[in-house]
Design a protein around this ligand. Structure first.
Ligand SMILES: *[C@@H]1O[C@H](CO)[C@@H](O)[C@H](O)[C@H]1NC(C)=O
Ligand SMILES: *[C@@H]1O[C@H](CO)[C@@H](O)[C@H](O)[C@H]1NC(C)=O
Ligand SMILES: *[C@@H]1O[C@H](CO)[C@@H](O)[C@H](O)[C@H]1NC(C)=O
Ligand SMILES: *[C@@H]1O[C@H](CO)[C@@H](O)[C@H](O)[C@H]1NC(C)=O
Ligand SMILES: *[C@@H]1O[C@H](CO)[C@@H](O)[C@H](O)[C@H]1NC(C)=O
Length: 395
């Protein structure tokens, strides 16, 4: 049994969520809790009908840019809010998971009732993540307190935290509504997990799942916990990214080794201090120095933000040898020194260590210089033996 569950009272319960006469009984994983902390979690939402991204955002009370980011949809512009996603698309919705009345759930979604709405139609709009009965019970809907057009309802949504840990690694848990014809095996393969992982997390399940059941699916994630960020922490599920530092920085997981990688977002917002001090490297950039005895990878890494200022520092990792992955046209390949790198081309600021705040870095240029997030470093890191790691903090 998972240690994170060992002390939970009571142990994972099987709840019968749908109790009305027209619904079969379905199961859902419930995580008991007793603290006021929250965690990042996901809902897997099967779109019941064609919807604009902005409509989905309104339905779940989240920002449309966060939906785009959770689904790695790019670019984020105001027009992408009007992008239409087709019915039956599986959309990941990022929500904060709280502890409410002793169990994990999200209560931050508020729905405004329309004239033709019924509890069943509202439930349908949420793709099976919540039943009409649950909406009714949470909002005390009854004969004297009926649905009223223009009134608002709290929509309780299922979520779990499990300390954001799975198999000793960081994980974000996603609530998933089982569809007709699906099995634990097909769901495990769909989300890159295993049947035994699903059985461990959803402890009470007896190998069989039924349509409408809500499973908790662990998604591998990367965490900023070991990165020494100033006053900020973040957990990003594999396959998503997260915007931070007033949308200037976007962080995602390297899919190969599940480490956090942060680069300029490229969004049309003013961003300052995207460049590491005393260097021409921009956050997310890296270069390689070959010496007789080692291969040094120098990176400019994100370190959090403070009062509108983006913090960064140089990170120098030495390896016994370089892999063959670095192309010859790399700006600081071969014997060039990259810190400070006086020969770096197209420096928009000269060598000024503190660019004037009135002169934001042209973001398009910043993102041009940034490797694709599935870049070569991940490959590189597993090809060579790390022998040395030096961090220099510039806070
Ligand atoms: C709260 O839950 C934690 C585990 O989640 C447990 O260790 C602790 O004893 C619980 N505290 C109370 C007061 O129930
Ligand atoms: C959503 O965006 C608004 C402004 O655009 C911001 O104030 C708010 O904090 C954002 N909410 C979340 C959950 O990020
Ligand atoms: C309906 O719910 C309200 C609370 O919202 C409660 O005061 C009232 O007694 C309930 N009426 C019936 C008939 O259950
Ligand atoms: C992360 O996601 C990618 C696809 O986006 C997948 O190939 C990879 O196996 C995933 N990594 C883990 C550890 O789940
Ligand atoms: C990186 O570290 C190595 C090993 O300590 C050192 O030889 C090299 O000069 C460093 N490079 C930079 C740019 O600091």
């Amino acid at each position: 049994m998972r240690t994170s569950l060992q002390f939970l009272w009571p142990q994972i319960l099987c709840f019968l969520l749908f109790t009305s006469q027209y619904q079969v009984h379905t199961k859902s994983t419930i995580e008991p809790c007793n603290s006021s902390d929250s965690c990042p979690s996901l809902l897997s939402y099967l779109l019941p009908w064609d919807s604009k991204v902005s409509e989905i955002a309104t339905r779940f009370h989240v920002n449309f840019s966060d939906i785009l980011a959770s689904n790695s949809l790019f670019p984020i512009t105001s027009s992408s809010a009007h992008q239409i996603l087709r019915a039956n698309t599986l959309v990941k919705i990022p929500i904060s998971c709280f502890c409410v009345d002793g169990i994990r759930r999200s209560m931050s979604t508020i729905y405004t009732v329309h004239a033709a709405d019924t509890l069943a139609s509202i439930s349908e709009g949420y793709g099976g993540l919540v039943s009409g009965e649950q909406i009714k019970s949470v909002n005390s809907i009854n004969a004297t307190n009926p649905l009223t057009s223009g009134g608002t309802l709290v929509i309780p949504l299922p979520c779990t935290c499990f300390n954001n840990v799975n198999n000793g690694g960081t994980a974000v848990y996603m609530s998933y509504v089982v569809q007709r014809g699906e099995s634990l095996r097909s769901i495990a393969s769909k989300f890159g997990t295993t049947i035994s992982d699903l059985e461990t997390v959803n402890e009470f399940w007896e190998a069989a799942v039924d349509p409408g059941d809500i499973l908790s699916i662990p998604i591998a994630a990367c965490s900023s916990a070991t990165l020494n960020w100033y006053d900020e922490s973040m957990i990003v599920p594999n396959g998503s990214y997260t915007l931070t530092a007033t949308n200037c920085i976007k962080c995602s997981c390297e899919p190969m080794d599940i480490t956090m990688r942060c680069v300029p977002s490229g969004l049309d917002v003013p961003c300052y201090n995207l460049r590491c001090k005393e260097s021409n490297l921009i956050i997310g950039n890296e270069c390689v120095e070959h010496s007789a005895t080692a291969c040094n990878v120098i990176q400019c890494v994100y370190r959090g933000h403070k009062g509108g200022k983006i913090l960064s520092s140089m990170k120098n990792s030495s390896y016994l040898k370089c892999s063959g992955n670095y192309a010859d046209d790399d700006p600081c390949h071969s014997e060039a020194s990259c810190w400070p790198l006086s020969s770096y081309p197209e420096d928009p600021f000269g060598m000024s260590p503190n660019p004037s705040p009135s002169l934001p870095l042209p973001v398009s240029q910043a993102s041009l210089r940034t490797r694709a997030s599935n870049g070569r470093l991940g490959q590189f890191l597993i090809n060579v033996l790390p022998i040395f790691l030096l961090l220099k903090f510039i806070l």
